[in-house]
Design a protein around this ligand. Structure first.
Ligand code: FAD
Length: 516
C-alpha cells in the first residue's frame, strides 16, 4: 500500500469509533509546515468545531531536533520557522487562542505526546494539515488509529496543494509523469472546480472567557530554542531577518508587490539572475506562511481572473507555482522517491565519482566556472538561489563532476531556507536526468553558455565572485580562456577544475553504460 492509501485505510478502519466522538472541553490544531492563520484548512475546521460547540481552540507546535536533523533542515530554515512561530503566537493571542510549544527530542515520541496533551486539555478533536512525505503520512495513519482507541478524533486534511494529489489522472486513469499534460489537466480541473481557489477565512477568536478557562501556562508558552546543531550567528540572524522577514503579513505584502510589478514581466525576465524578477516567496511557501492556494488565487485575480492567457508574466508565474503541486503529486503516487531512489530506475547504475575535493570545490564555489561559483556563494550567503543557477549547478555536479546527485540534493536541503523535499528532489532529478521530467541524459548545461545567456553583463557573477570584479566584458564568463587570466590568477580565482567538453563526454559515456 502507498502511505496515502494506508491513511485512507486507517480512516476506514476507525470509522465507528470516530463517529461516536463528541467534542469535549477544547479543540486542538497541530501546526506543522502551515504556519499561518489565513487560508489554513485544518485550522479553519478546528475553529468551526470550537465555535459550534462554544469551546476554546488550542494550537500546538512540537519541535523535534531529531526530526529537523532527519529532514536535513538548514539552520536558516529553522530560524525562519522559529521567527514565524513568534508571530503566530502573537496573532493567535490577539484572538485569545493559545499556541502551546514544546520540544520533543525523539520524533517517535510526538504522536504519544499529542494524545497525552489532548487528554490533559480535555480535547477530543485534533486537526492537522497533511504533509506528503512517507514518514509523515505513516505517522498520521498510526495517529488516527491511536487517537481512535483513546476516544479522540484526529483529522488530517489536504491543504498544501492547490489541487489535491490523486485528483488528476490521465485518460488511461494513471498519474501523469510529465508536467505539460499534467498542467493542462490542473488548469482544467481548477476551471471546473473553482471552489479550490477560494481562500479560507482565518479562525474566529476564542470566546472571551477562554483565557480564564485555559491553564495560564498555555498562553505563557515560549518559542523553543533552536537545537544546538541548527544555530546561527547574530550576524546571520540579522541578515536572514532582513532578507526574509517573518510573518504572513510580510508574505502577503511580498506577494502583492510582486503581482503588481515584477510579476507582469515574469515571463520575459525570470531567467535573468540579476534582474531579481522572481517573487522569492519560496521560503514562505515552504514553511506554509503563505498558502499556494492564496498565491494562485491572487495571481489569477490580478490576471483578469484567468489562469492562462491575459498577462503572460502572471500566467507563467501561476504555471511555476503549479510545479510545486506537480512534484507533490509525484511524491504521493511514487513514494519510493523518498527512499533515496531515482525516479528512473535505469539510472540506478550510473558509476559515480566519489571525489571529496571536487565536491568541496563545488559546495564552496571554487570550481573555476564563474556562474557555478556565484550561485553556490549566493546559496551560502542567502540560503537561497535563483532557479536558473539551481538547474546549472545541479547539472554541473551530476554531469561535469559525475558526483552522485543525492549528495547535492542533501547539500541543498542543509543550506536552503526554502528546502522542500518534493521540489528539491524534483529539481535534482531534472538536473541529473534521473527524475520524472523527460530531461534526456545527453542534455548537459554548458555553464559558460548559460552564463553568457542569462548573466550577459556578468553582474550576477561580479556580485558574488569579488575576485572577478575587475574583469571586463565577456571574459567574465570564462576568465582563464578569454584573456583575463592575469586578473583572475592575481585575485586567486581558481582555474576550471574540469574541462567542460571532456567531462561532458565522460558523463555521456557513463550514463550510456548505465542503460546497457
Ligand atoms: P518564483 O519563480 O517566484 O516561483 C514562485 C513559486 O513557485 C516558488 O516560490 C516555488 O514555490 C514554486 N516554483 C517555482 N519553480 C518551481 C520548480 N521548478 N519546482 C517546484 N516549485 C517551483 N524550490 C523549493 O521551494 N524548495 C527547494 O528545495 C527547491 N530545490 C530545488 C532544487 C533544484 C536543483 C532546482 C532546479 C529547483 C529547486 N526548487 C526548489 C525550485 C525553484 O528553484 C524554487 O522554487 C525557486 O527558485 C524559488 O524562487 P522564487 O520563490 O523566487 O520562485
Amino acid at each position: 500500500l502507498r502511505p496515502i492509501e494506508e491513511l485512507q485505510q486507517a480512516y476506514e478502519e476507525t470509522q465507528d469509533e470516530r463517529r461516536s466522538v463528541e467534542p469535549h472541553r477544547a479543540v486542538v490544531h497541530w501546526f506543522k509546515s502551515d504556519l499561518r492563520l489565513e487560508d489554513n484548512r485544518a485550522l479553519q475546521l478546528a475553529s468551526q468545531v470550537a465555535q459550534e460547540h462554544k469551546i476554546p481552540l488550542i494550537c500546538l507546535y512540537i519541535l523535534s531536533p531529531e526530526d529537523l536533523t532527519a529532514h536535513l533542515c538548514s539552520p536558516a530554515r529553522v530560524d525562519f520557522t522559529l521567527r514565524n512561530l513568534r508571530v503566530l503566537k502573537e496573532v493567535l493571542g490577539e484572538r485569545d487562542i493559545p499556541l502551546y510549544m514544546e520540544t520533543q527530542d525523539k520524533r517517535q515520541a510526538i504522536p504519544g505526546r499529542i494524545v497525552e496533551l489532548c487528554q490533559q486539555w480535555g480535547a477530543n478533536h485534533i486537526f492537522a494539515n497533511l504533509e506528503y512525505e512517507v514518514d509523515e503520512l505513516r505517522r498520521e495513519a498510526r495517529l488516527i488509529r491511536r487517537c481512535a482507541r483513546q476516544g479522540i478524533k484526529f483529522e488530517a486534511v489536504h491543504d498544501t496543494c492547490v489541487v489535491t494529489p490523486g485528483a488528476l489522472a490521465s485518460q488511461q486513469g494513471n498519474q501523469y509523469a510529465v508536467y505539460t499534460p499534467w498542467y493542462r489537466a490542473w488548469c482544467t480541473f481548477l476551471r471546473q472546480n473553482p471552489e479550490n481557489l477560494e481562500v479560507i477565512d482565518a479562525p474566529a477568536s476564542n470566546p472571551a472567557g477562554a483565557r480564564k478557562q485555559l491553564a495560564a501556562d498555555l498562553f505563557a508558552s515560549e518559542v523553543p530554542p533552536a537545537p544546538s546543531n541548527k544555530t546561527l550567528s547574530d550576524e546571520e540572524k540579522k541578515r536572514f531577518r532582513t532578507l526574509y522577514p517573518e510573518g504572513e503579513e510580510s508574505a502577503l505584502e511580498r506577494l502583492q508587490k510582486f503581482l503588481d510589478s515584477a510579476g507582469r514581466q515574469y515571463a520575459d525576465n525570470r531567467n535573468y539572475m540579476e534582474k531579481q524578477a522572481t517573487s522569492v516567496l519560496s521560503p514562505y511557501l515552504a514553511a506554509g506562511v503563505l498558502s499556494a492556494r492564496t498565491a494562485v488565487s491572487r495571481a489569477q485575480a490580478a490576471n483578469r481572473h484567468q489562469l492562462t492567457g491575459a498577462n503572460a508574466g502572471l500566467s507563467t508565474w501561476i504555471s511555476e507555482v503549479a510545479w510545486r503541486d506537480f512534484y507533490r503529486h509525484v511524491l504521493v503516487h511514487w513514494p519510493f522517491i523518498c527512499m533515496n531512489k531515482c525516479f528512473k530506475p535505469e539510472f540506478t547504475n550510473v558509476e559515480w565519482e566519489y571525489d571529496e575535493e571536487t565536491f568541496c570545490a563545488w559546495s564552496e564555489g571554487r570550481t573555476g566556472y564563474p556562474l557555478v561559483d556565484a550561485a553556490m556563494r549566493q546559496l551560502r550567503h542567502c540560503a537561497w538561489m535563483h532557479n536558473r543557477p539551481r538547474m546549472v549547478v545541479s547539472s554541473f555536479l551530476a554531469k561535469d563532476l559525475l558526483i552522485d546527485w543525492r549528495r547535492g540534493e542533501r547539500f541543498f536541503m542543509e543550506h536552503l531556507v526554502d528546502g522542500d523535499f518534493a521540489s528539491n528532489h524534483g529539481g535534482w532529478g531534472f538536473g541529473s536526468s534521473t527524475g520524472v521530467d523527460p530531461q534526456p541524459y545527453f542534455r548537459i548545461f554548458n555553464p559558460v553558455l548559460q552564463s553568457e545567456r542569462f548573466d550577459r553583463d556578468g553582474e550576477y557573477i561580479r556580485r558574488w565572485v569579488p575576485e572577478l570584479r575587475d574583469v571586463k566584458g565577456a571574459a567574465i564568463h570564462d576568465p582563464y580562456h578569454r584573456g583575463a587570466e592575469a586578473i583572475a590568477a592575481k585575485q586567486g580565482y581558481p582555474r576550471p577544475i574540469v574541462d567542460h567538453s571532456a567531462s561532458r563526454g565522460r558523463a555521456l559515456a557513463r550514463y550510456k553504460r548505465a542503460l546497457q
